[in-house]
Structure formats: structure tokens, C-alpha cells
Design a protein around this ligand. Structure first.
Ligand code: NAI
Length: 466
């Protein structure tokens, strides 16, 4: 007789492991299937956490090299040891993944190690590394299998010269010329790391702007700042083919109808991720997918098959760890008979370049396209005392509010610590705040948050410091 669980979560990433912990907290006998050697999924193992560790290290080096002198600090013999940087990154990762394993034990979640797939509704097979397979009965089954990098025929991965983001977290030397295909979130974060460490970096982007879905004002500002730091951008440039020539790669692309060529010693392909929904037996179990391979769900994360749920990158919506976590929690709460809910209007998006970019809500382009009348306030960090004191005053905050009701519609930040600043904005959205609410709230002085207050005052044309 197979073991029976109230909830079996397939996938131990931020969506899945959080869902499993929440399910166990609510008294469900819960198991989580994970095929990696460690828990935490893409985010903890090869995504958010390791990239942030390297972004932090490379930023320290960059600041020491280019900015400390401005603070009156001088020294000689500045250098870095890449192996040590990577080692530190790996230690950060293992600390985090080990932490999830501890949380599983604490919450009595069983980790079923191996590849999970559906045999039929209510029955899951776990195939271990040695090939042995065991079936488990799941009264409820949650697909939380995440996503994987998209491979394009124009640049097939060999993981040596043509790499994905996982490879780019472990290079043993700094590339001389790195060509990044895709000016999205991953492309820009990786371009930042390697450029700061001394690589010449060229970003090829098919669209006419980097960070496609972000507010155009923000993406233009970020591009200019990154260009000043030495990154080259080739916009409206679609990669067509690559050719490996010994230790380098020749790239051919189309730019404004013309053929352009590049030569690189490393290529990073970061053209998006696709849901990991194949090889899971979903079709055998009768679970419907949409045209983009995502599991179709209703507003309660239920698939068309009773007892099977799906969340995170495997379903529609932004591929973000925090979105997956909230969905996992809400789905488990629903399974346990509670009323889980995710507010999709208040999901922050962050790009961890420097300056950082962070936003919640609609862009100006979105509002114009929908013919929504809005008011706008914009405040530059160069008029913010704390930013000046930090010596980090590039960027701005843009607040967009409904012309009639003043309700916040979108807030976009490019600036120091934008990833942390966006927290107050997400809360404001959660509470349905107006720009006036943000403008009237007392913000400590001197802090970067005052820029949000000022931009909110700007919606009403009454900024004090600009
Ligand atoms: P993305 O969708 O953000 O960007 C991919 C870019 O590649 C697009 O701008 C696209 O126009 C361009 N592109 C596609 N094909 C091309 C070609 N042949 N030639 C030139 N350009 C081409 O995807 P990315 O950066 O790979 O990230 C994947 C997912 O991971 C995203 O959904 C992102 O939200 C998530 N992520 C989030 C992070 C964060 O929250 N900080 C960090 C890393 C990833």
C-alpha cells in the first residue's frame, strides 16, 4: 500500500516549499517532491540568491575601484579573487538551502527525493536517482515545478561558450568579451556582475528598449547609467545565428534590416524562461495546459482535474519567486478550507542592477494604452539628502495616480536600494492608498524614502525640494 498524504507538492522551489510548510502548519500531512540534491529550487540554488551574492560582491569591488576615492578613501593594490567570490556565493546558497531542509523537519514536511510525475489523478510517482520508483497517494497534488531557461536554435547551449544563467554564476575566469543575448532581467543582472569585474559586455536586445515590460522612462535611464559604466547596448537587434570558432563565438544578428556581427569569448543567452510542465505526466492525468505550456488554473489555483492544483512559474503571471510564494500559501490555505488570496495588483518587480529598479503597478505606457487619465509626480534622488550623503544620487521615483480619485496606479523607482524602497509602495497598494496618503505619511529624515514622499507630493504639483 502506498503512503498517503493530504498534500503532495511537486517542486521544492519558493512556491513549492512555502506551500508545503503552510500546508503542514494547517495540519495537512504534507510531502514535497524535489529532484535536486538541495531544496529551494531555481531561486535559491541557481537564481535569485546566488546572483544577488555575486551582484553584492562585484558591487563592492566596483565601488572600491571607482567610488571610494570620492569619499576620501584611497588604497593601493585593489584586487579580487574570483574563486573566493564564487565560494562565498556557494556558501550563501548552501546556508539557504540547508535552512529550507531544517524548516521541513521543523514543520514535519516529508521531502521525497526524486523526480515526481503524475500517474493518474490522486497518484504520484517518485523516481529516485538510482531509478527506483515509488507511488504515493496524494489527496491533493500541487504542481510547483517552476521554469527553465528558453533555448533558442540561433544559439544552442554548449554550456562552455554559449551559456545559460546557471553557467554564468560559475565561470572560473572573467570573460574578455561577453555578449549577452536578451536585455531582460537576467541579462542585465549578469551583464552587471561581469562588467563590474572587468569584462567588456555587449547586450543584444530584439526590442527597442531594455527591460521590455518596465516603464520606458526607467528603462532609458538605466540604459544610460549602465552605458556610462561601460556596457554596450545593441537595441532592435535580433540574434540570428552563432558559430563556434575554437575558443570564441561568432554571432550574426539583424539590426534595422542590416546584418551585424559580433565576436565573443562567452555568450549568455537570457531570452526568457518557460514553464517546466513537460515530463510530469500532466497530459496522462488529463491536466490542461495553455498554448504557452502553462498549467491552466482557476482563481483558486485549481486545474481542470479535481484535486490537482498549480502555482508559480508553471502557471500564468510574472515569473517571480514572491508571486510563487504567495500563490503557494493561498493554494494550501484553500486546500485546508481557508480563504487564501493573492493581490495581483500589488506585486513588486525588482531588477538588482545598480542603481536598482523596482516598481508596482501600471507603467505610463500601460495607462496611455488603456486611455486611463493619470497625474504624475517625479522626484530625482539628486535632491534627496541621504542619497547625496551616500554619494549615490542617480535615479528618480515616479508616482502615477488616477486623475480623479488620486488612487495609486503605478510607482516606479530607479535608484539606490530601490528593492527595499518598493516595500512601502507595495503596502500602499495593498491598502488601496492614494498619492496623498503617501505624501502625508511622515517619512524619516534623512532617508531615501523621502523621495517617494516628494514624488507623491509632485502628483499634486507641490514638491518641496524640487
Ligand atoms: P525576460 O523576458 O525578462 O527578457 C528576455 C529578453 O530577451 C526580452 O527583452 C526579449 O526581447 C529578448 N530576446 C528574446 N529573443 C531574442 C533574440 N533572439 N535576440 C535578442 N534579444 C532577444 O527574460 P529573462 O531575463 O531571461 O528572465 C526570465 C524570467 O526570470 C523573467 O520572467 C524574470 O522576471 C525572471 N527573473 C526575475 C528576476 C528578478 O526578479 N530580479 C531575476 C532573474 C529572472
Amino acid at each position: 500500500m502506498s503512503d498517503t498524504y493530504d498534500l503532495i507538492v511537486i517542486g521544492g522551489g519558493p512556491g513549492g516549499y512555502v506551500a508545503a510548510i503552510r500546508g503542514a502548519q494547517l495540519g495537512l500531512k504534507t510531502a514535497c517532491i524535489e529532484m535536486r540534491e538541495t531544496l529551494g529550487g531555481t531561486c535559491l540554488n541557481v537564481g535569485c540568491i546566488p546572483s544577488k551574492a555575486l551582484l553584492e560582491s562585484s558591487h563592492h569591488y566596483f565601488r572600491a575601484k571607482h567610488e571610494f576615492a570620492g569619499h576620501g578613501i584611497s588604497f593601493s593594490d585593489l584586487s579580487f579573487n574570483l574563486a573566493d567570490m564564487i565560494k562565498r556565493k556557494n556558501e550563501v546558497v548552501s546556508g539557504m538551502t540547508g535552512g529550507v531542509e531544517f524548516l521541513f523537519k521543523k514543520n514535519k514536511v516529508t521531502w521525497l527525493k526524486g523526480i515526481g510525475s503524475l500517474v493518474k489523478p490522486g497518484l504520484v510517482k517518485v523516481t529516485a536517482k538510482d531509478g527506483t520508483a515509488v507511488d504515493y497517494v496524494g489527496k491533493n497534488i500541487m504542481i510547483a515545478t517552476g521554469s527553465e531557461p528558453i533555448a533558442i536554435p540561433a544559439a544552442p547551449f554548449d554550456h562552455e561558450l554559449i551559456c545559460d544563467s546557471t553557467d554564468a554564476l560559475n565561470w572560473s575566469s572573467v570573460p574578455k568579451h561577453l555578449v549577452v543575448v536578451g536585455g531582460g532581467v537576467i541579462g542585465l543582472e549578469m551583464a552587471s556582475i561581469w562588467s563590474r569585474l572587468g569584462a567588456k559586455v555587449t547586450v543584444l536586445e530584439a526590442l527597442d528598449k531594455i527591460l521590455g515590460p518596465m516603464d520606458r522612462g526607467i528603462s532609458t535611464a538605466l540604459q544610460k547609467i549602465l552605458e556610462k559604466e561601460g556596457i554596450t547596448f545593441e537595441l532592435s537587434t535580433l540574434l540570428e545565428s552563432t558559430k563556434i570558432k575554437g575558443a570564441s563565438v561568432g554571432l550574426t544578428a539583424k539590426k534595422d534590416g542590416k546584418t551585424v556581427e559580433f565576436e565573443a569569448d562567452k555568450v549568455l543567452v537570457a531570452v526568457g524562461r518557460r514553464p517546466y510542465t513537460e515530463r510530469l505526466g500532466l497530459l496522462d492525468a488529463g491536466v490542461e495546459l495553455d498554448a504557452r505550456g502553462r498549467v491552466k488554473i482557476d482563481t483558486h489555483f485549481k486545474t481542470n482535474v479535481p484535486g490537482i492544483y498549480a502555482i508559480g512559474d508553471a502557471v500564468q503571471g510574472p515569473m517571480l519567486a514572491h508571486k510563487a510564494e504567495e500563490e503557494g500559501i493561498a493554494a494550501s490555505e484553500g486546500i485546508a478550507g481557508k480563504a487564501g488570496h493573492v493581490n495581483y495588483e500589488a506585486i513588486p518587480g525588482v531588477v538588482y542592477t545598480w542603481p536598482e529598479v523596482a516598481s508596482v503597478g501600471a507603467t505610463e505606457e500601460d495607462l496611455k494604452a488603456k486611455d486611463v487619465k493619470y497625474k504624475k509626480g517625479q522626484f530625482n534622488f539628486r535632491a534627496n539628502g541621504r542619497a547625496k550623503a551616500m554619494g549615490d544620487s542617480e535615479g528618480f521615483v515616479k508616482v502615477l495616480a488616477d486623475e480623479k480619485t488620486d488612487r495609486l496606479l503605478g510607482v516606479h523607482i530607479i535608484g539606490p536600494n530601490a528593492s527595499e524602497l518598493i516595500g512601502e509602495v507595495a503596502i500602499a497598494f495593498e491598502f488601496g492608498a492614494s498619492a496623498e496618503d503617501l505624501a502625508r505619511a511622515v517619512h524619516a529624515h534623512p532617508t531615501l524614502t523621502e523621495a517617494i514622499k516628494e514624488a507623491s507630493l509632485g502628483v499634486d504639483g507641490r514638491m518641496i525640494h524640487s
